[in-house]
Structure formats: structure tokens, C-alpha cells
Design a protein around this ligand. Structure first.
Ligand code: NAI
Length: 687
């Protein structure tokens, strides 16, 4: 047996790629933690490995990866500059052309460059839990090392185009059915490799030399245009894959590579990559790294309504034991039924198996007795948005829980300091603001009070990450980061409706920007009552900032509180068909205008977008200046993850930079002139 390191024996690249030769067969191991990305050291090591196995005249060479996964992609930290040599396409061409044929032996997530590497091998075998995909489009890119050209030569044009364009992984069984795998195994990969080698099939034609049958991609194009929502990489990935049916591998790959390199510079890809990196930094604040999070096993949730049930379902999915507390038995039963409905839906859709559903049901209890929460490690209240009700719940929880256990409020707008004031163990109280539906939406705002300890924050962050969420730290203000910006967004939208724009045109304009829905459609979906209650609170406290448009209040008074309200009406009429513009609303808008002598202004779609975005960017900058958000990227993550702001536009702060602050400043000046005295200008907007 010969063991050789294909990368240097010492230094940062030491033994990233090693080669062991036994009985004429080579095992090439990539060990580049955590996910074996194809960094320059791996690329160099693979080049060297090809040389070594050919010099030794090996019959086969298998590529395996140490750790939890086969190569999970390229090294995106290299994407900002020109890629250092050797380039991946050359490495892969060398592997494919090697006289010693290569076998990819895979487990984990074989993504992007990892899949491209596998496609350059003569054979591919994989553990049955392996996933395969080309997720480059999620970063605004397309594959850059032959992925769009080799994949159709292996699994056919339509399937390859779909995988490249939607970025979603497929499982091993599916990929085998597509013809992407020679063998799927379960258990020891070395044993599977040994038996595969024993009955080795004849070496197939090199992938790049195969031809691809053309296919009609019209339906797929329509599907991708719809799902891409303004992101341009998916359609480019599709079109580039389609070249495989018309061009040679060499010509197609050249275009793919150039397109990939061009896209690296594009604003959309820069936006998506910035969010990708920011996500890691924001969800693991440096400040908290010194504090080991406490273990969470038992989670108490108070309030089994819309939010409580969703939080319970998310916590059950993460393997926690859940006690759901309600105000009376009937409400506890209703809460239980809500959680059960989520489990049943996950089961019916195939998202979870029967055994998982059974485990979740077994870990779930709903009742009214607080002593059941006595040994909970964290409690989250999601009762009515009323400070007195919330304080009473916090008090009851404090009475039964240990002083080291965390107690959190899911309040949308209230100050967690006031909810927890005067209670024992003040450092363990905080806000954990989930988004609806809480079992699906990833964003969680983590709100420290003035005395929340870093230990509590560290545990809360780890708990949220454990639920698969994206926790973002926010300071205390009305609405925290997300809803405070939302209030500014709605305010400016209302001002334009008051002054002459139709709410339906405002929605259309914001959809034109790439928002999944406009502000009025969103209100109808989430219900008008929480923000109505909040406006009343602000008016009573005298904290409403400036001009007040009361059309939404009038809708609420008429029982038009959105799609879910008994009237099935809000800004739109949903009673027959969802989302019908309603003459009754238009009449109410007209009545408001005639009463206030407004409505004479006309706004183009561009003006609507620019003014709303200027109001959003102003509020975002105020939030930053006041230290409510720790960074501009934290704000962008909140708005892309929680409010549907298109990720390829990077979030409001990135959008402002790309649009040019001069233009945004001009739009903000128009916003101020439209409603004098209604806006506090952020430092960046002061003249
Ligand atoms: P909901 O009205 O659907 O549910 C509230 C639940 O709390 C009800 O089941 C009620 O029976 C229960 N409850 C009331 N008083 C209680 C008490 N003293 N003890 C135990 N249970 C009690 O309300 P939703 O929408 O779930 O909101 C709950 C909280 O979450 C509010 O603070 C809200 O502002 C916040 N929130 C709501 C979001 C939304 O989109 N609906 C989003 C994020 C936060």
C-alpha cells in the first residue's frame, strides 16, 4: 500500500487531498472541512492525484470525501476576485480524460462544483441519503465548470435544465432513476466501492463526448419565469443548459464559463452573495461566542392561537418536548387541534414520515395548568397583544419556572422591558419575535431588554438556530426592525392613496419591483387588526409620527379586516374570488379625499416605488443610527427573510446603494414635501 499526499505535507494545504494505492486501485480522499469546497488547494491536489494514479498505472481511482459530505460546492470566498489556478474546468477535464478511470463515491450533499466533479468521473455511486443539485442560481450564478453541459449529457436536457434553473436538489433514488448514478448503496461506502470494483462495467464514453437530444423547453421556461420572480440567473441557467443540444461540449462550456464569470460581477449575484455571508455573521454574533448556550429540551408555549401553534410546530420539528398552555380547556383543545393540523399537513405532503409525526405527537401536550411548565428550559408567550395580559402570563411563568430558564414574548410591537419589569431573574427575559406562519417563516427577531444577559441571548440564538430559523438581534423600539420599517412603508403608501394613487396601483407597482405582494394585499393576508390596535395605541400615546390617514381604520370598523375575517373582505373583496378590487373601497378612498381636499396628485409606478423605497430606506437608516440594528446587512436580512423583499435586490440598504443615494435622496425630498412634518429624516438624508 502506498500513501501519498497530493497536497503539501505541511502548511495550510497539508493533506487536503491524499492518495492511497492498494492492489492497483487508488483512493483519493478530499479532506477540506467543513464541507469540502473546491478551494484552490483541493484543485491543485486533484491535479496532482490524477498524475500520481496514472504514473502508478492504477486500474481505477475513487474520489471520496472525509467528514459529513462529498464536495458541497465551489469556494465562494474566491468569487470576489479572479479565480486562482488551476481553474476547475481544467481539473475536471483532466479527471475525465485520465487513462485511469475515476469513480465518485458520494454521501451528504453533492452540490454545484461537487456535482460537476462527480460528472467528470467515469462512474458515480452514492449513499442512499445523498442529495444532488446545482444551486448556483440561488447566488445569482450558473455553474462554471461544465455543469450545464455535462449534466444534460448524463440525464437528458429537460431534467438537467430544470435542475440548473430551479437550483433544487434531488435525492439519490431520483438521480439514479434519471441515469445520474451507477449504484445507490446503504451502509459502508468502502464495502460498496469494493463490490462495485469487482463487477466493474465497461468504461462508458466520456461524458463530454456524448450527444444530447433536443427537447421542447417551452413549458419549463414558463414555469421558471414565474418562479424566478425577477431573478435573472434561473433563465440564464436554462438557456445555457439548452446549448448542450446544439453545441459541442467545448463550445458550450466556453459560453457557460464566460457567463458564469460575468454573472459573478452582476448586481444580483453580489446582492445574493452578500446576504449569504451576512446570514452567517448575523445569526452568530461575535459578542455571544464566549457564552456557551444552555441546553433546551422542554419548551413551554403560552397561547395556542395562530402564532403559538406555529411556534409549537417548529419546536416539535426540532425535537423538543412541548407544553402548550391556554386560558381555558376549550382554547387548549383548539390550540392542540391547530398543532395537530400542521403535523397532519406535513405528513400528507410527504414532508415527514409516519414515525416522525408519531414522535411529534408524543412530545406534545396542551393544557391549562402552569405547573406543567415547571421544568421548561424556555417559555414563549404568544397571547393577545395586550400588555396586561402578557405581564400576567410572565408573572405566572416566573412563579413556576427556574430563575435560569428563559422567558420570551412574541410581541409584535410592545416593549419587553415593560412586560418583564419587576419580575425575578430579570436577565432571562427577552423578546423572540417570530413571523407568520411561524412553522415556515425563518426570521426571528431576538430582542434583548436593557438587562437581558449575553448568556440568555446566546441560548436564545442557539435555540432559534436549532429550529432552523434565522435569528437577528434587534434593539427595542416600536415594531423592532421589521415592523417599524413596515409602518413607514404603509404610511407612505397610505399618503399616496390619500393624495391620488389607487391602492390597487400601489400594490401593482410594488409587485413590479419584485415584492410577492403589495402593501394592501399583504394587509388583507395577515389581517388588519394587529396594526389597527397598534395605531390606536400610538395615537393614544401621542407617538404617531405626523399625518394620519384613517381609511384602514374605517375598513376595520366595517368588519373588513382581511381575507381571514368573517366578511372575507379588506382592501379587496375575497368573498367570491380572492383579491378582487372593490368599488366600495374605492368609494371610501374617494370620500376620504373629498373630506380632506386631497387626491389631485398622479403617481407613476416608478414614483410609487421610489417614494415607498425612500421612506423604507430612511427608516432603515434611522434604525441603524439609533443602534436598533447592529448592521445594514441585519436590516436587509430582516426584510428579505421576513417581508418578501426580493433577495436578488439584496434588501433595502443594498437596493439604495445600487440605485444611487442621490436618486433616493431626491425621492425622499419628494416624500417630505408631500407630507410636511410627517418624517424624521435620517442623517444620510439631511441636507
Ligand atoms: P391569536 O389571537 O391567534 O392567539 C392568541 C391566543 O392566546 C389565543 O388562542 C388565546 O386563547 C390565547 N390567550 C389569550 N390570553 C391568554 C392567557 N392569559 N393565557 C393563555 N392563553 C391566552 O393571536 P396571534 O396572532 O397568534 O398573536 C399572538 C401574539 O403574537 C401577539 O402578541 C401578536 O402581536 C404576536 N405576533 C403575531 C403575528 C401575526 O402575524 N399574527 C406575527 C408575530 C407576532
Amino acid at each position: 500500500m502506498t500513501t501519498r499526499s497530493a497536497t503539501p505535507d505541511s502548511g495550510p494545504d497539508a493533506k487536503v487531498v491524499s492518495v492511497v494505492i492498494e492492489n492497483g486501485h487508488a483512493l483519493v480522499t478530499i479532506d477540506n472541512p467543513p464541507v469540502n469546497p473546491l478551494s484552490v488547494s483541493v484543485r491543485r491536489g486533484l491535479m496532482e492525484a490524477v498524475k500520481l494514479v496514472n504514473e502508478a498505472g492504477c486500474k481505477t481511482a475513487a474520489i471520496v470525501c472525509a467528514g459529513r459530505t462529498f464536495v458541497a460546492g465551489g469556494d465562494i470566498s474566491e468569487f470576489a476576485g479572479p479565480p486562482p489556478l488551476p481553474h476547475l474546468p481544467d481539473v475536471l477535464d483532466t479527471i475525465e480524460a485520465s487513462a485511469t478511470p475515476f469513480i465518485a463515491v458520494m454521501h451528504g450533499t453533492v452540490l454545484g462544483g461537487g456535482l460537476e466533479l462527480a460528472l467528470s468521473c467515469a462512474w458515480r455511486i452514492a449513499d442512499d441519503k445523498t442529495k444532488f443539485g446545482l444551486p448556483e442560481v440561488n447566488l445569482g450564478l450558473i455553474p462554471g465548470a461544465g455543469g450545464t453541459q455535462r449534466l444534460p449529457r448524463v440525464i437528458g436536457l429537460e431534467r438537467a435544465a430544470r435542475m440548473a434553473a430551479n437550483g433544487k436538489p434531488v435525492n439519490a433514488a431520483t438521480f439514479k432513476e434519471f441515469g445520474g448514478l451507477d449504484l445507490v448503496f446503504s451502509g459502508d461506502p468502502m464495502q460498496a466501492l469494493a463490490s462495485f470494483r469487482e463487477t466493474l462495467p465497461a468504461r462508458p464514453t466520456n461524458t463530454s463526448l456524448r450527444t444530447v437530444e433536443d427537447a421542447d423547453l417551452t413549458a419549463l421556461k414558463a414555469e421558471i419565469t414565474k418562479s424566478a420572480k425577477g431573478s435573472n440567473a434561473p433563465m440564464i441557467a436554462l438557456e445555457t443548459t439548452a446549448l448542450a443540444a446544439r453545441l459541442s461540449f467545448a463550445d458550450g462550456s466556453k459560453i457557460e464559463r464566460q457567463t458564469h464569470l460575468d454573472l459573478r460581477q452582476s448586481a444580483q449575484s453580489r446582492a445574493l452573495r452578500r446576504l449569504f455571508f451576512a446570514n452567517r455573521a448575523v445569526t452568530r454574533p461575535d459578542r455571544l461566542k464566549a457564552f456557551e448556550p444552555a441546553a433546551i429540551k422542554h419548551v413551554a408555549i403560552v397561547g395556542g392561537g395562530l402564532m403559538g401553534a406555529g411556534i409549537a410546530a417548529a419546536s416539535l420539528a426540532a425535537g423538543h418536548r412541548i407544553t402548550l398552555l391556554e386560558r381555558d380547556t376549550a382554547s387548549a383543545e383548539a390550540g392542540h387541534a391547530r398543532v395537530e393540523a400542521i403535523i397532519a399537513k406535513d405528513l400528507a405532503s410527504g414532508r415527514i414520515a409516519e414515525a416522525q409525526a408519531a414522535a411529534r405527537r408524543a412530545a406534545f401536550f396542551a393544557g391549562t395548568d402552569y405547573t406543567a411548565a415547571g421544568d421548561a428550559d424556555i417559555a414563549i408567550e404568544a397571547v393577545f397583544e395586550d400588555p396586561d395580559v402578557k405581564r400576567a402570563v410572565f408573572k405566572q411563568l416566573s412563579d413556576v419556572m427556574s430563575e435560569t430558564a428563559l422567558i420570551a414574548t412574541n410581541t409584535s410591537y410592545l416593549d419587553p422591558n415593560l412586560i418583564s419589569q419587576g419580575m425575578p431573574g430579570p436577565g432571562r427575559f427577552l423578546g423572540l419575535h417570530f413571523f407568520s406562519p411561524a412553522n415556515i417563516m425563518k426570521l426571528v427577531e431576538v430582542v434583548g431588554t436593557s438587562v437581558t444577559t449575553d448568556q440568555t441571548m446566546s441560548t436564545a440564538f442557539a435555540f432559534a438556530r436549532g429550529l432552523g430559523k434565522i435569528p437577528v438581534e434587534t434593539g427595542v423600539c416600536d415594531g423592532f426592525i421589521g415592523n417599524r420599517i413596515l409602518s413607514a412603508y404603509r404610511r407612505q403608501a397610505d399618503y399616496m392613496v390619500a393624495d391620488g394613487a389607487s391602492p390597487y396601483d400601489v400594490d401593482k407597482a410594488m409587485r413590479g419591483l419584485g415584492m410577492p405582494m403589495g402593501p394592501y394585499e399583504l394587509q388583507d393576508l395577515t389581517g388588519l387588526q394587529i396594526s389597527w390596535a397598534n395605531r390606536k395605541r400610538q395615537l393614544a400615546a401621542g407617538t404617531w409620527p405626523g399625518r394620519y390617514v384613517d381609511i384602514a381604520d374605517k375598513l376595520c370598523e366595517l368588519g373588513r379586516q382581511g381575507r381571514g375575517s368573517p366578511a372575507r373582505k379588506g382592501w379587496y373583496d375575497h368573498s367570491e374570488t380572492a383579491g378582487q378590487p372593490d368599488p366600495e373601497v374605492e368609494a371610501m378612498v374617494a370620500a376620504y379625499r373629498s373630506e380632506h381636499g386631497t387626491g389631485q396628485q398622479a403617481f407613476t409606478a416608478e414614483e410609487i416605488v421610489m417614494r415607498i423605497m425612500a421612506a423604507i430606506v430612511n427608516e432603515a437608516n434611522l434604525i441603524l443610527e439609533e443602534g436598533i440594528a447592529t448592521s445594514d446587512t441585519a436590516i436587509d436580512i430582516v426584510w428579505t427573510e421576513g417581508y418578501g423583499f426580493p433577495k436578488h435586490l439584496g434588501g433595502p440598504m443594498f437596493w439604495a446603494e445600487e440605485t444611487g443615494m442621490e436618486r433616493v435622496r431626491e425621492a425622499f425630498a419628494a416624500v417630505e414635501a408631500q407630507s410636511p412634518g410627517s418624517w424624521k429624516a435620517a442623517g444620510v438624508f439631511k441636507s
